[in-house]
Each structure stands twice: as C-alpha cells, then as structure tokens.
Design a protein around this ligand. Sequence first.
Ligand SMILES: [Zn+2]
Length: 446
Amino acid sequence: MTMTTTLALTGANLLTCDRGGTVLTDHTVLVGENGSITAVGPSHELVDRAASVQRQIDCAGKWVMPGLINAHAHVMADGRPLPQALMIPPAARAIVAFWKTPLGRPMLRERARGFVECELNSGVTTMRCLGEYDNEAITLGRDSERRTWLGPRMTASGPLLATTGGHGSEFGLARIVDAPWEGRKAVRQNLRLGATSIKIAATGGVTDAKVVGEAGRPQMTVEEMTAICDEAHSAGVLVAAHAQSPEGVLRSLKAGVDTIEHGSAMTDEIVELFHDNPKSLRGWSALDATLLAAVPLVEIDTEITGASEVVRENARIVVDSMTQGIRDAIKNDVVLGSGMDSSMTFTPHYAMWRELDLVVSRAGLSTARALEAVTRVNARMLGLDSVTGAIEPGLSADLLVLGANPLDNLRALEGVEKVITRGDVIDSPTVERFGEIDELLDTLRS
Ligand SMILES: [Zn+2]
C-alpha cells in the first residue's frame, strides 16, 4: 500500500448534495497527502495550487460528488435470489456453523471482501454493515481503516441481536436475547469483537416469517431494547433496529433506538419521538429507508424471486407501510437516510442508485434530496458528518467522478468513472453485473 498521492480534481461540475441540489460549475477540489480535502473553490482561484500537485485529474464536462454512503448493508451474499436450501433453517445453520470453523473463516472473509469491493467500485465509499455471520465486516473495516487494504470506510455490528424464534434467529445468524441482561451481554460480546454499531431485530421480518402478518410483529420487549441501548450508548455506539410496523417502531423509539431500519407508517407520537428522543444517544432518531430489498418480492414473479406466497404477502404489507413511512418522514422533516439492504434477494452490491430511484419514484422524494440522503444525511445519521458525506475542507476525500448528472437521471450513478476513497483513486472501477437481474430491476422503474 503506497502513501496517498496529492491530488487535484479540476474544472468539475460540483454536486454539493445539499437539499436544493446546488451545482457549482468549473470548480476544483484539492486533496492532501493524508487523504483529506484541503481546498474547494472556483478553478481560477486554485489554479496555481492545482498546478503544483502530483496528480491532476481534468474533470471538465464531468460531475464530481461525495461518495455514496450505504447505511444498511450485509456482506453475506451477492444479491441474486438466495438458493432455496438456504431458506431451510437446518441447512442455513449448518452453513453458518461452517463459516465459523478455522477452515470457513478465511473463506467467509474473502467472500465478504469481494462484496465490499463491489460496493466500493460502484461508488459506495462508506458502508454500515448491520448483521454479519461473525466479525468478517468488522475485520474488513479495520483493514480498510489501517489502509492495509483499499476498501471503503466501514462501521459494522457483528451478529444481529434477536429473540428466541425472532427475525434471523432460526438461521444461526443472531445472538439470542430473551432478557435485558442478556441484551447487555450480547452488546458487550459484539463490542469485544470490535463492533462499532449494534443491530437488533425489534420485529419480525419478511424473509423468514412463517405466517402473513408476522413481518412487523413486535418481538423484542421495550425492557430488552432499553438495556441494549443503554449498554451501547455507554460505549458511544448507535443502535439500529429492524422495525416494520408502527407498534414495533414506537417501542424501539421509546427504548432509545437511534436508527429505525425499514420503518412503517408514522403516528404523531412516532414523529414526535423521532424529533425528540430522550433515550437515544443524540436526542433524536432517524429513519433509514430501504425499498430495494422488498419491492421486487412484491412486483416480480415469485417463480423468479423464489419467494413463497407468505413472503410475498408480508412484503406487500411491509412495502405499503414503509412507503407511507417515507412520505411521513418527508412531510414531517424526520431525518431520512438511505440503505439498500445489500445481499438480500435482488439487491446486488452495485445497486445503491436503484434504492434512491425507488424512493424518488415510489415515495415522492426529490432527486436532490435523494442525493442529499445518500451523502450528507447518511453521514449525519451514522455520526460521521465530521468525517465524510460532503465536499468540504477537512473532510475525507471520498469522491466520485461521473460522466453525467445524476440530478437529471439517477442512472448516471451506474457508470461511476472514478472512485476516490480517502484520497486514493480507483481509475477504472468495474463490477460484475447480473444482466438478468438488472433487466428485471429496470421494470420497477416508472
Ligand atoms: Zn438488513
């Protein structure tokens, strides 16, 4: 690993990713040796400084924006429909058990590394991994931070915390929590693994529900979640809750959960708690919208997705409620982030832009706000706004060079020409695409 090259991006159309969609023309960005942005301004003002740097990238006719932040990722699979065998709990548990053996562990990590590299090459320069087999995402994040590997910035949770029989528990993916003190212990175990986030299953989920209506049903008690939040917050760590019904969201917020994953339609009480949440780490909570993992299960033929009728019906209920929840967040100015739940069926790691596209077309978010969500808002939601998420002096040089303007069409994000992560340039980022899946996902665009 070589040291960061001092870099200038000159003559760019700069997407500030503010709420209004401001674009600054003919701007230059200077990057220092430590990988941070040192200056941003009109090119004519920085021409002398730009001339003396080691590397100049001429961005005339290009668009430069902050790197994408995927606030809800997994590094368990490639995003194609999961083999049916994996949906049978004993088979899934056997596979999970293998990954944790001395033989399986390095294989697991290498697999995960490929998925993370795919995200990076598609423009994701920061990701939050919410639920992993063991500590594979934690380890990759650490390697990337130490720069022994060219990866994105990662925050990772270690294994999910769930109740007996709860979401994720049947697959051997979760630490089981059936009492407040078990919750505290599970948080401590994950923190010892190096976790920098905590993920809980507050309610049932779509993929493993056995009956219609189970997705979204409250599973973890307020007492359990309160203990988990208290323990995590003591370590300065944010808690994310999978919550897919108004009751599940309300209980999570009352317990002090910081980010609601997926979400649901909001009552006035829920809106109030998002804005003013005394038990959360920062006094407010955020909604992390994820539509891409659920919409295809409803709208694409079950023969292709492999979804059972129960899964499809639960997905339908959840998608309707999540979409309403996003509308409620927009209307009430709740902090609204974005994650794609990568690794789930039909969420390939290069598809972050499609998540934004769905939120725009299905829930009425403006394109400018979608770009704000995936950069500035996600950075704030994850507590990283003093590190990344915008193009400003002092922030990490996490940048994308695009050949077209994503404000005109979010598909411009599909062809990222260069990815810059902590000042390191990836000149020809490439990802392995799944043509058939992309074609099907295109049918979801309106
Ligand atoms: Zn997830």
